[in-house]
Write a protein that binds this ligand. Structure first.
Ligand SMILES: NC(=O)C1=CN([C@@H]2O[C@H](COP(=O)(O)OP(=O)(O)OC[C@H]3O[C@@H](n4cnc5c(N)ncnc54)[C@H](OP(=O)(O)O)[C@@H]3O)[C@@H](O)[C@H]2O)C=CC1
Ligand SMILES: Nc1nc2c(ncn2[C@@H]2O[C@H](COP(=O)(O)O)[C@@H](O)[C@H]2O)c(=O)[nH]1
Ligand SMILES: [K+]
Length: 384
């Protein structure tokens, strides 16, 4: 037997290895671009119409508050798996308009399966189930996808994560309508560091999308977007949906508390495989494994609407540069060019204003409150 490893010499690309080539366009304004898509999913035969951007099922970004905010723009939120059936019930009663735009998440456990059964039977309009594990290559995961497909024939099933065409097709043949693509690209992911495993995200999407589309199924590009341009590139590469974590972190709707350090406001953002998440949900990091995610203090960003509008505006503009009338046409019109340099960073060490013009009321109130609090302490006055 040979011990020589196989080496794939073909160059694989990430978002920052390419730019879109501009092309003739008949569009007069960015306002003419339609970002909605209208899907019929392979197995569930369900129709879904909306803007194919998804907030990740992390406990910071997959909150009900996020679900309500994104549903206003017909975007999806993959709700994290730590809400109870009672929480779901309250959400569905109070915010019925958001239900068609949220998915319920689960891993491979029996407990998750029973919870999903209960919640979906309580809430018939909840049609999308997101089966999410770190390693979508495990046989146990494939069996789980089969199990869900049998139990939920009319639900739209998302399954992942994988990064190669053959495993994309295997998950689809096991019952997935939509395959989630991405191993290691995430902003708080340390899988590549801890394991050396991964796949440059743009190539992963291109290859998995092709494999899925051959079978009339769909893919989500999950992770690695740090700008609206990256979201556009994920669509350009064939991603039917784009899932976002870090860009949606740090907002009012993102889970966790705001805290103040040195007069600046922050929110915690962490991977679902980080020590923070494992301590919270599984009583710590088991001895035989390591954490594959990190925890960061993210500057507080205000309402998520501002970030979302910034992304949607960016993608609309991409469409006009390449002559696509709608986001679905983006992949057909995309021609990428490989680049060595993307951005002019010559002034990036200077104080920079990237504000997109939205009021950050909560931030201002908090800062004022903290200043008043400090003054109160200095004068020995305890307030009130
Ligand atoms: N897209 C990505 O690159 C990644 C995403 N994540 C996110 O974080 C969440 C939590 O991740 P995590 O706690 O690591 O695992 P998961 O919640 O994905 O674990 C699922 C099950 O798979 C088993 N398993 C076997 N091999 C692996 C492996 N290589 N990596 C992970 N699990 C394995 C685990 O058992 P045991 O623990 O006993 O091994 C566990 O029972 C995921 O559900 C996902 O949302 C995490 C890592 C990578
Ligand atoms: N390897 C890890 N990946 C993680 C972890 N928590 C979440 N994720 C993945 O990241 C994306 C979001 O990516 P972003 O670049 O938009 O921030 C998310 O959907 C998961 O697939 C983790 O702990 N480890
Ligand atoms: K990741």
């Amino acid at each position: 037997m040979s011990t020589r490893p196989h080496i794939d010499e073909e160059i694989k690309l990430d978002f920052n290895d390419v730019l879109f080539r501009p092309q003739r366009s008949a569009l007069k304004s960015r306002a003419e671009v339609n970002l909605e898509r209208d899907f019929i999913f392979l197995h569930s035969r369900r129709q879904w119409k909306g803007v194919p951007i998804i907030s990740a099922n992390m406990d910071t970004t997959g909150t009900f508050e996020m679900g309500v905010a994104l549903a206003n723009y017909k975007c999806i939120t993959a709700i994290h798996k730590y809400y109870t059936p009672a929480d779901w019930q309250i959400f569905a009663i109070r915010k019925p308009q958001a239900v068609p735009f949220v998915a319920i998440s689960a891993g491979t456990s029996n407990k998750d399966f029973e919870t999903v059964k209960q919640i979906t039977s309580n809430i018939p309009d909840l049609s999308m189930i997101c089966l999410d594990v770190a390693n979508g290559y495990s046989q146990y995961f494939v069996d789980t996808v089969h199990r869900y497909r049998e139990a939920f024939p009319r639900h739209t099933i998302v399954a992942g994560n994988v990064v190669t065409g053959e495993m994309t097709q295997e998950l689809i043949q096991s019952g997935a309508d939509i395959v989630k693509v991405g191993i290691g690209p995430g902003s708080v992911c340390t899988t590549r560091k801890q394991t050396g495993v991964g796949y440059p995200q743009l190539s992963a999407v291109i290859e998995c999308a092709q494999a899925a589309h051959e079978l009339s199924a769909h893919v989500i590009s999950d992770g690695g977007c740090v700008s609206p341009g990256d979201v556009a590139k994920a669509f350009g590469g064939g991603g039917d949906f784009v899932m976002i974590g870090g860009m949606f972190g740090g907002h009012d709707e993102s889970g966790g508390e705001i805290f103040i350090r040195d007069g600046q406001l922050f929110k915690k953002f962490y991977g679902m495989s980080s020590t923070t998440a494992m301590t919270k949900y599984s009583g710590g990091v088991a001895e035989y494994r390591s954490s594959e995610g990190k925890t960061v203090e993210m500057p507080y960003k205000g309402p998520v609407e501002a970030t979302l509008l910034d992304i949607l505006g960016g993608v609309r503009s991409t469409c006009t540069y390449v002559g696509a009338n709608c986001v679905m046409e983006l992949a057909q019109k995309t021609s990428f060019i490989r680049v060595n340099r993307q951005l002019n960073e010559s002034l990036s060490n200077l104080r920079t204003d990237l504000n997109h013009g939205y009021a950050r009321l909560k931030a201002q109130q908090l800062l004022e409150a903290s200043v008043i609090g400090k003054r109160g302490n200095e004068s020995g006055d305890n307030g009130e």
